[in-house]
Design a binder for this molecule. Structure first.
Ligand code: SF4
Length: 345
């Protein structure tokens, strides 16, 4: 692929093996049948068919973490080399968005190595290694359109959209309040569903894994924001990985920075493009998740967790929820005319 690789200005990432990515905060896969065959040859019984995602995945151990994890590190990597890991493991937390102006390296924020501590600026070399197939070819995850739908019936060329998007990212990096930058309605009025019903949908998906627990936290927050209802406290099974991150931090980060960095990356990765919605709906979607992040940060801080860790955990919960099919449905219910966001200027 000839397009240049681009990192978002200000993006920082370094793998410190904090360990969350190898746990049931998400499915340990899916992995392809070819990868499964190779993995089973290396380690008998290392791959299972995971019912809840109907896909081949790495086998979790009794604690929910991948059974191949050895002393917090990847045993496959240690014993057989980085190339032996399934594609998803090799790529995480990177992704590749192809745009008309080049290939953007994106990063997931459900990884404390991405959200907390003294990280070096994102290395394009490192990203290219993770994002390439065994033959060294870059593999694209998502495609941005030539013409971007910004509101009902209005499309603009990608270059014009990018101008707006860059201005928003610049404001976030300058420390402006993310709510002001997004300028969109939180929990917009829905015509076909109610927010409590949609919140309950997250409880239905809770399979008692760490990821399922995160979905329930997200449902609690939506319910609280809509009705004021307060649920009993829930466990935080992901806490050990965040404690690992805090142990290596030499200073406390401003929680606002953790949040703005995440919002900037959500814009940069154009996650909303996969939901087939317009950019103003995307801004309302993100403003709603931002409100959830604010609420969850306060909830977690109330448990005597420091601010940057609480914000990073809240961002992780929000991102896990955005990856669910249910959130894609929620976004489709938000698609509304008149728009739930102020027009772009
Ligand atoms: S194979 Fe390695 S990188 Fe992948 S989930 Fe298991 S321990 Fe983690």
């Amino acid at each position: 692929m000839s397009s240049p690789l681009m990192a978002r200005p200000g993006a920082r990432f370094e793998c410190f093996s904090d360990g969350l990515c190898c746990t049931d905060i998400h499915a340990l896969g899916p992995i392809t049948p070819k990868e499964a065959r190779a993995m089973r040859k290396r380690v008998k019984g290392s791959v299972i068919h995971q019912e809840n995602v109907d896909a081949l995945c790495m086998r979790p151990g009794p604690d929910g973490a991948c059974a191949q994890r050895e002393a917090g590190l990847c045993g496959v990597h240690k014993n057989f080399g980085a190339e032996a890991k399934p594609d998803g493991c090799r790529r995480f937390p990177y992704g590749l968005l192809h745009t008309p102006e080049g290939n953007r390296v994106t990063t997931e924020h459900r990884c404390p190595c991405r959200t907390l501590g003294d990280r070096r600026p994102l290395s394009l070399q490192d990203a290219a290694r993770s994002l390439s197939d065994p033959k060294g070819q870059l593999e694209v995850d998502h495609w941005a359109p030539e013409k971007v739908p910004v509101s009902a019936g209005r499309m603009i060329p990608f270059a014009e959209y990018r101008w707006h998007e860059q201005a928003m990212i610049r404001r976030l990096l300058a420390g402006e309040l993310a709510e002001d930058v997004l300028c969109a309605e939180v929990l917009p009025v829905l015509h076909k569903k109610t927010w409590p019903v949609l919140a309950a949908g997250f409880y239905d998906m809770d399979d008692h894994t760490a990821g399922g627990t995160a979905l329930s936290w997200f449902g609690d927050a939506l319910l609280h924001l809509n009705t004021g209802h307060v649920r009993p406290t829930r466990p935080r099974p992901w806490e050990p990985s965040f404690k690992n991150a805090i142990a290596r931090c030499t200073r406390r980060e401003d929680p606002e920075k953790v949040i703005n960095d995440w919002v900037a990356d959500e814009l940069w990765m154009m996650r909303w493009n996969d939901w087939d919605c317009t950019f103003d709906v995307a801004r309302a979607e993100l403003a709603t998740r931002l409100a959830v992040v604010r609420h969850l940060t306060a909830q977690i801080r109330a448990r005597k967790v420091r601010g940057d860790q609480a914000a990073a955990e809240a961002v992780m919960i929000s991102e896990v929820s955005a990856c669910s099919e249910h959130w894609a449905d929620v976004v489709s219910y938000m698609a509304n005319d008149p728009s739930p966001a102020a027009p772009l200027h």
